[in-house]
Ligand binder design. Structure first.
Ligand code: NAP
Length: 260
């Protein structure tokens, strides 16, 4: 299926590694011109070069913290009129909510709720004028099934989800569609770090920990970031203008529900 994305322009946030990188690669394969962001310039430049080599796409790396006004302004300066926006960021830390003061909460809300909202605000009127826009927010399976020790992530992402549910329905008639992708466990650096810690603490291999954790998951495995990237490209497709305000869970069937 031709996704109809040849020559479109995208900003993919937090894309030097993991899920963001996978989304950038899948979009580049469809002929999308990219601006990718991350804080560490060297890793970002390497990723940009990898994507150019793999796909031949034009890729502009813009280093910066997407949780800040300056980081967002730099990305927007490099791509002022994107057709596609993929919102992503690092996740808030694990912990006990008793230890989190106001500043800690504000940082999580800035990063995982307000950063995507301000980027959407900056690009949406142009998308409406051009009668084409695709916005995908990478959130988390925790939006549907909260992870107790990730309370800041549960809270900030729920705020984004609620806001987007309303906005998506205000702009859909202009062929501007907003949807969210909810990752379950995908084998990125972030997940691998957690698995390696658990393996060290229980004196087992990472593979054993993965097997234990996925034994009850219908798919029986963790996700491959490339699968996530392809789902993102699909949700950015010119053909999906009738899929509006959805929360698509990619978790190998772990969330047990007759209608997710
Ligand atoms: P990852 O492998 O650690 O990659 C994170 C990427 O984001 C890196 O490119 C990182 O580069 C960039 N980044 C982090 N903070 C940033 C910031 N403030 N501004 C710009 N770029 C930033 O993480 P991942 O597993 O792909 O996770 C992506 C998102 O999905 C996170 O919010 C995570 O909580 C969520 N999620 C992941 C999973 C999973 O299984 N992987 C499951 C549920 C939810 P720099 O460090 O150089 O900035």
């Amino acid at each position: 299926m031709d996704l109809g994305l040849q020559g479109k322009k995208a900003i993919v946030c937090a894309a030097s590694k993991g899920l963001g990188r996978a989304c950038a690669i899948s979009l580049a394969r469809e002929g999308v011109e990219l601006v990718i962001t991350a804080r560490t310039a060297s890793t970002l430049e390497e990723t940009a070069e990898d994507i150019r080599r793999l796909t031949g796409a034009r890729v502009t790396p813009v280093a910066g913290d997407i949780g800040t006004e300056e980081g967002r302004a730099a990305a927007l300066a490099a791509c002022p009129a994107p057709d596609i926006l993929v919102n992503n960021n690092g996740g808030p830390p694990y912990g006990d909510f008793r230890d989190w003061d106001r500043d800690t909460w504000i940082k999580a809300i800035d990063g995982n709720m307000l950063a995507p909202i301000f980027l959407i605000r900056a690009v949406i009127d142009g998308m409406i004028e051009r009668k084409f826009g695709r916005i995908v927010n990478i959130t988390s399976g925790s939006v549907k099934s909260p992870i107790p020790e990730l309370g800041m992530s549960n809270g900030a992402r729920a705020g984004l989800t609620g806001f987007v549910a309303g906005l998506a329905r205000q702009v859909a008639r202009h062929n501007v569609v907003i949807n969210n992708l909810l990752p379950g466990p995908f084998l990125t650096d972030r997940l691998r770090g957690g698995l390696e810690k658990a393996a060290r603490e229980s004196n087992r291999s990472v593979d054993e920990v993965i097997q234990e954790r996925t034994a009850k998951t219908p798919a029986g495995r963790v996700g491959d970031p490339a699968e996530f990237g392809d789902a993102c490209a699909f949700l950015c497709s010119a053909r999906i203008g009738f899929i509006v305000g959805q929360n698509l869970l990619l978790d190998g069937g772990a969330f047990n529900s007759a209608s997710t």
